[in-house]
Design a binder for this molecule. Sequence first.
Ligand code: APR
Length: 236
Amino acid sequence: MEQKKRIVVFTGAGVSADSGIATFRDADGLWANYRIEEVCTPEALKNNRAKVIEFYNLRRKESLTKKPNEGHIAIAAMEEWADVCVITQNVDNLHEQAGSTRVVHLHGELMKLRSEKDPNLIYDINEGWEQSLDERGEDGALLRPHIVFFGEDVPMFALASRIVEQADILIVVGTSLAVYPAASLVYYVRDRQVPIYLIDPGTPDTSMIRNPLTHIKERGAVGVPQLVEKLREELK
Ligand code: APR
């Protein structure tokens, strides 16, 4: 039996925009209403813990009301006929809710907390959305959102880059390609023949991409199902 094509889908906040979750850098984005220094840096957690915990509590509470959109669902459905891996910058779990079984979260996960002392001590928030200020792990240390803050390492990047190197096709959905090292993943494809598909109503900076690039200037909920159907036809 012919081996299934390996398709890597690299997503950003735009793939969840059609589920009603704000992106970061669009006009109505999160960073238009909050300062990164106040809620998404190690210094903020140290100097203003309550504000950081509240920020992620609010985002977690909001995420519980959101559902996967047709973009997430089409990506998950691709697993029927391709070897699919999702690498997301998003901290929501909408890819998993849509049925994707291989999801790498580069920037952490909203529904998880971890020890401030031992980064391997990670806890699921099984019910509700609230982390209390003084919650501690079994190591006695305070817990923090399991989120990669600006200025912190991206531990999953090495795995993600190896996954992209294996891709036969790279699909990029809803990311401004503004944040590194995540954005550099588009350059980890094994050679310049690997086709790259970009689905975004905006125009992220793809000027340095040398691979065959197809830009579908559509919202994810429209463009992703279109592309998935096209690829299914081509690859069957
Ligand atoms: N469908 C698809 N893409 C969309 C949609 C939509 N409905 N609406 C907006 N977009 C696109 C925008 O055009 C933009 O290219 O989604 C992208 C959103 O870019 P950002 O807001 O910068 O989000 P992202 O690229 O995921 O940010 C990367 O920055 O703040 C950090 O850690 C955070 O993971 C995040 C990282």
